[in-house]
Structure formats: structure tokens, C-alpha cells
Design a protein around this ligand. Structure first.
Ligand code: SAH
Length: 351
């Protein structure tokens, strides 16, 4: 693809001129190009996300939002906000289900990819789009959903050396490639006490954009009311380990090859996100496994209803249910973390 060649050339020229770039900077450039190139979702793409597996996923999210909004006293105006909505499938299914309970919010989508915006426009013609969270409405509660959004944001990698922690950098490799190397910048202050004594060679990842975006959104919710639901794969205790990975055609690929042609993600640090919620004085709920959360919202009953309405779909529905909830599939690696504004009711799904 010509775009990929261009990004590889651009990054190589930049590194040749001013030295290696951080892993985060590399990931930011690579993912911006990757998502700008079009639609990576679904069986014919690079990976499949939960809303693309079954409508039941979005329906449970819509139910969660509607229940919370009803118990908060049905405030109006109210805004549905989604971060990185992909094809718009989750919003479409969630809003159809929420409307059934009387919740018909405005639709506000935060999306940087023009190609994905046009896919979203087909599903959600009345939505409004935002380049960043700054321009989101300020006149009512925000009901914010982020599925597989935080994992796409760039991570910094710190590596333990004999002389302390250094930032991991991306340098030139051969005539046309890239390779990670240990940089010279000391970053000990960025590594939490709990992991500081880890053995030489250990890697600690941090996602500064996730922390900033979450903190800014929680401040909005504190002022305007509302809630935020983050669903992603990740870990619930900060620690050592490299989770940066590349995916292409449903298989693992090399992270520092073909920037813009592979999807780069890193596991989400749910402990850090939850701590940000506590600092912002929000109600913090979870994280719990996606399987347990969906079960508590009633996905098993929903699957039965769908199957009896369409008996020829019975085995496809059962397979989707298993994929979304089984512990060895998406049920435990994927986690759900909820935040609620002060004074808002306790949400379903976390008890
Ligand atoms: N939520 C969707 C898609 C997840 S992929 C689903 O579950 O299917 C990540 C999404 O985040 C894409 O839509 C991508 O274009 C978007 N994205 C990535 N970085 C972004 C950023 N910094 N700001 C806004 N959107 C971003």
C-alpha cells in the first residue's frame, strides 16, 4: 500500500535526522495511519470486536445506560458519547435498546479517522462528530462508552537497566526497517514504587493519553452528571510486562515492522484508570470480567429470546454468547470498569 510506504519513509527520514523516537510516538503515528486507511473490523479485516460478534453486546450496554439514566431521574438533555466507535455498530445496537426504555440521547462520536467517520455516518446519520473530547456538549449529563478504545492509545515503555530505568525507543534497522532499543533518557520518576526494583530487562508500560482523556472526561461528568463505561482487554494490577502487540489478518504480527499496515494495541491498566476515578471523586465500579458483567445484565435471557424468535439462528447465537462470555474466550481477559458522577445511582452489573 502506498500510504504504508510513505509512513515508513517519513519515519525513517525523521529518525535519521533527529534520532530514535519513543515507542509511544511510533505507535501514535502508526495507528493514526492504520485507522485512517479504512475499516479493519470483521471477518474480512484484521480483528473482530465484541459489538461485531453479536447485537447482544450493544443491547446490554444500552440497557445499562437506560437503567442508570432512569434511576438518575431521567435528566434531559442527555448525550450518548462514544470514543472510537469503529463501524458504529455498538452505538447503533445500544441506542436501539435504550430507546425502548425511553432514553433517546443526542449522539456524539469522538473519532479521528475520516474513513471510519463515513462508515459511522451510514449507521448513525444524526450523530455529531468530534476530533477530541474538548468540543463535547456542556449542557447535560454525558453517558460515555469506550469499547476497545483505550488499548489503541500509544504506550510508553520503560526498561530496567543496570543504571536505572530508561525509555525504550524505536531506531532504524537495516535499509528499510525499525528496531526497538534502550534509550538514554532516565525515566525512574515515571515508574511506580511497586515495580521499581524489578530485574534488569523488565518493561513497564504507561499510557499517558488514557490517563489524560479519562481524567478530563471524569471532570466533565463531575460537573454535568453522567457515567462512563470502559470495556477493554487488560490487567487489574499494575505490573511488569510488555503487552504491546501487532495484529494483521487475525494473527500476531511484528510490532516494529510495516507501520500503518498492522493494528498496534497494548493491554489497559485498569488499576490506574480506577485510581484516576477515585482521585476525581467519582463512583468507581469494577473492573469485573466482561462475561460476568454481561451475565448480570441478562445476556443469557436475551440469547434465549433471540433464539426462539429465529430458530435457524440458534447455534450462531449460542456461539456468539460463548465467545463474548466464556472465561477462555472474551469473558475474563476483557474487563468492564464503570464510573458514575457524585450523586448518581449505583450501576448494574458490578455487584
Ligand atoms: N469501538 C469499536 C472500534 C475499536 S478500534 C469497536 O468496538 O468495534 C479503535 C477506534 O478508536 C477506531 O474507531 C479508531 O479510529 C479510534 N481512535 C483511535 N485513536 C483515537 C483517538 N486518539 N481519538 C479518537 N478516536 C481514536
Amino acid at each position: 500500500m502506498p500510504e504504508d510506504a510513505t509512513l515508513t519513509d517519513q519515519l525513517r527520514r525523521r529518525i535519521a535526522a533527529s534520532g530514535p523516537i519513543s515507542v509511544a510516538e511510533y505507535m501514535r503515528e502508526a495507528n493514526a495511519a492504520y485507522y485512517a486507511a479504512g475499516d479493519p473490523f470483521g471477518a474480512g479485516g484484521d480483528f473482530v470486536t465484541a459489538p461485531e460478534i453479536s447485537q447482544m453486546f450493544g443491547e446490554m450496554v444500552g440497557l445499562w445506560l437506560a437503567d442508570l439514566w432512569i434511576r438518575a431521574g431521567r435528566p434531559e438533555p442527555v448525550h450518548y458519547v462514544e470514543l472510537g466507535p469503529g463501524r458504529g455498530t455498538l452505538a447503533h445496537d445500544a441506542l436501539r435498546s435504550a430507546t425502548g426504555f425511553g432514553l433517546s440521547p443526542s449522539v456524539q462520536l469522538v473519532e479521528t479517522s475520516a474513513a471510519l467517520r463515513s462508515a459511522q455516518r451510514e449507521r448513525l446519520p444524526l450523530a455529531e462528530w468530534h476530533d477530541s473530547i474538548e468540543s463535547l456538549p456542556r449542557d447535560g449529563p454525558l453517558l460515555i462508552v469506550a469499547n476497545e478504545f483505550f488499548d489503541a492509545l500509544p504506550v510508553r515503555q520503560m526498561i530496567a537497566t543496570e543504571d536505572g530505568w530508561r525509555e525504550r525507543m524505536v531506531a532504524l534497522d537495516g535499509d528499510d526497517g525499525f528496531a526497538a532499543e534502550t534509550g538514554t533518557r532516565a525515566v525512574d520518576a515515571l515508574v511506580p514504587d511497586a515495580v521499581r526494583g524489578a530485574p534488569v530487562g523488565s518493561i513497564y508500560e504507561h499510557c499517558p493519553d488514557a490517563a489524560t482523556i479519562l481524567f478530563d472526561l471524569l471532570r466533565r461528568i463531575a460537573a454535568q452528571g453522567g457515567a462512563l463505561l470502559a470495556i477493554d482487554y487488560g490487567y487489574d494490577r499494575s505490573g511488569i510486562g510488555e503487552t504491546l502487540q501487532a495484529v494483521k489478518d487475525h494473527a500476531r504480527a511484528e510490532p516494529f515492522a510495516d507501520p500503518g499496515a498492522v493494528d498496534l494495541t497494548a493491554h489497559v491498566n485498569f488499576q490506574e484508570l480506577a485510581n484516576i476515578g477515585r482521585v476525581a471523586e467519582m463512583g468507581v465500579h469494577g473492573p469485573v470480567g466482561q462475561g460476568r458483567w454481561l451475565a448480570m445484565l441478562g445476556i443469557v435471557t436475551r440469547a434465549r429470546t433471540l433464539a426462539s424468535a429465529a430458530p435457524d439462528q440458534r447455534s450462531a447465537i449460542a456461539a456468539a454468547l460463548k465467545r463474548l462470555t466464556a472465561p477462555d474466550e472474551m469473558g475474563e481477559l476483557f474487563k468492564v470498569l464503570g464510573f458514575t458522577a457524585p450523586g448518581w445511582p449505583t450501576p448494574e452489573g458490578f455487584a
